[in-house]
Design a protein around this ligand. Structure first.
Ligand SMILES: Cc1cc2nc3c(=O)[nH]c(=O)nc-3n(C[C@H](O)[C@H](O)[C@H](O)COP(=O)(O)OP(=O)(O)OC[C@H]3O[C@@H](n4cnc5c(N)ncnc54)[C@H](O)[C@@H]3O)c2cc1C
Length: 496
């Protein structure tokens, strides 16, 4: 079934309960509200926005705003762009993107541009990298092998040397495991169709159709990405529906092949909520375990076997005009514990109280119970400042004003080799319930950006309204998601 099949709905549906008020869940309720259908979003936290929220910090210097790691809006879909524009309205900004990799004191553009990467590593290493890539491609022709791991997938696209230089160290920081234990799916999903060959071809041979880069500019709300969720929530309530905070889903009750109700944990004690349709954006592994009567033992085991990586952001407020002009800086060095940072002021000046101030959001990737997750706020802030002052020399100690951390559990679904089977089992179990749909990022255990999370939310709402959309087809296209090829206009030569 096509993702974009038309909706031919019958009459108005009954109540839809949406679990989770991140952008995915809110988009479901927003679309239902616009169609005049009843919907309630229940959210465990006292705020909306989930991983895509913006935190406001009032200080004696004024107001600072922080995303959980900078969130930029980009999508290939006109319909989704329209929703984003409509919701964000007059707060919409266009931001130029410059992102770089920092490694061994050098900088390389991100996403990797081959010419620039080769320049950074010098002519001798470049020649070795190209030779290595050629040898590896020839070898693959003679001995075709399946691409299984993340390491295989990177080497397939860039050769061993460039993999070692530009992908291995960062990937191991993000995933906390060697790349040969991670599935190649993540690379295929993130960098579909990109390789040395396509980069070189795109540089010298006019391609069929114009390549529209989605990476040089992006949309961003003036007061942080979280405004998108906040404004959707306002819209839902304005249209007569409800977003209920401090209402965590504790149990999901089933009868035959239908979900009948959920039990919510609220400040006033447990509450039962019955509805006709259910849309879930809460972690898939949690959902599988709170369905009652309980799922079969093998489903519970499957849920236990899937893991996520957590993120801790360290938010630093600085008395300095600017640290770098990057949108993001990816830090590969192994002796620096964090993986990436961004400077919110470079996204919108309204993220800091005045031009004499700036701030940094520093991302640490970790797992429950590991040495990073176990560090205290004080230790993480101090460690970050130390790296920035002593190792990177980006700031001086007296420029640092104050800092705090945000723990974001289950931020990245981990595609550890072998994850497909348990995931498929859980999805099959969930699929049997005709009035339950799963959406979003951790709701589907898929590495979805907010556009894909919103798309699944939107399509789930359309299904409630009578459509027949296959949510599994979202984020399954074959082209690198940061470019868009549009046909060359008739009568014009193909451009590049
Ligand atoms: C560091 C980082 C950077 C990112 N950068 C970008 C970017 O630049 N661009 C982009 O498009 N995307 C980005 N993303 C991805 C984006 O954050 C997600 O795609 C998006 O937030 C997913 O939306 P969602 O609604 O599926 O889930 P979430 O935002 O995770 O929301 C799920 C909600 O469910 C709630 N919940 C959980 N359990 C329960 C329960 N039992 N009962 C009730 N509620 C519950 C949670 O509190 C949460 O509010 C980034 C993510 C991270 C971690």
């Amino acid at each position: 079934m096509s993702v974009h099949e038309d909706t031919n709905g019958p009459g108005k549906p009954g109540m839809t309960l949406v679990m989770g008020a991140g952008p995915g869940g809110l988009c479901s309720a927003y679309a239902l509200s616009k169609a005049g259908a009843p919907a309630v979003v229940v959210e465990r936290a006292p705020f909306v926005g989930g991983l895509a929220r913006t935190i406001i910090k009032e200080t004696e210097h004024g107001t600072f705003r922080f995303d959980i790691g900078g969130h930029r809006w980009f999508t290939k879909s006109d319909e989704l762009n329209e929703i984003f524009r409509e919701v964000v309205g007059e707060e919409l900004l266009w931001v130029n993107r410059i992102s770089r990799i920092y490694f061994d004191g050098k900088y390389v553009d991100y996403p990797l541009k081959i010419s620039n990467a080769l320049k950074a590593i010098g002519p001798v290493t470049s020649a070795r990298a190209m030779l290595d890539y050629g040898k590896q491609q020839a070898d693959r022709k003679i001995n075709p092998r399946e691409v299984v791991s993340m390491k295989d997938a990177y080497i397939d696209q860039y050769g061993e040397l460039l993999y070692k230089l530009f992908f291995e160290r960062y990937s191991e920081k993000v995933w906390g495991r060697p790349c040969d234990e991670m599935s190649g799916d993540w690379v295929n999903q993130r960098t579909k169709g990109m390789s040395i060959m396509t980069a070189v071809k795109d540089a010298v041979v006019p391609s069929k159709g114009k390549v529209v880069s989605l990476i040089d500019e992006f949309m961003y709300p003036k007061y942080g990405f979280g405004r998108f969720s906040e404004r959707m929530a306002d819209g839902i309530e304005r249209m007569g529906n409800e977003v209920r905070l401090n209402a965590g889903v504790e149990k999901v009750h089933r009868e035959g092949n239908r979900i009948t109700a959920v039990t919510l944990a609220t400040p006033d004690g447990p509450q039962r909520f019955e509805a006709e349709n259910f849309i879930s954006s809460i972690p898939l592994t949690v959902l599988a375990k709170i369905i009652e009567p309980a799922a079969p033992a093998e489903i519970l085991e499957a849920a236990d076997s899937l893991t996520f990586r957590n993120v801790i952001t360290v938010n630093l407020m600085l008395k300095k005009r600017q640290v770098t002009d990057d949108t993001w800086l990816y830090v590969h060095d192994r002796n620096i514990l964090f993986g990436r940072f961004h400077e919110p002021k470079n996204w919108s000046p309204a993220m800091v109280p005045g031009d004499e101030y700036t701030s940094l959001v520093i991302e640490y990737f970790c797992s429950f119970g590991d040495h990073i997750w176990s560090m205290t706020e004080e230790e993480l802030v101090e460690r970050s400042v130390k790296h920035l002052v002593e190792d990177m020399k980006f700031i001086t100690r007296d420029e640092f004003l104050e800092g705090f951390i945000v723990r974001a559990p289950r931020a990245y679904p981990s595609y550890v080799i072998g994850y497909e089977k348990p995931l498929e089992m859980i999805k099959e179990f969930i699929d049997q319930f005709e009035n339950l749909q799963i959406i979003g990022r951790y709701g589907t255990f898929r590495y979805n950006n907010s556009d894909h999370s919103i798309e699944t939310g939107l399509l789930a709402a359309k299904n409630v309204l009578g459509g027949h959309f296959d949510l599994d087809q979202v984020n399954a296209d074959q082209e690198y998601h940061e470019i868009k090829r549009v046909p060359a206009p008739a009568g014009h030569a193909a451009t590049r």
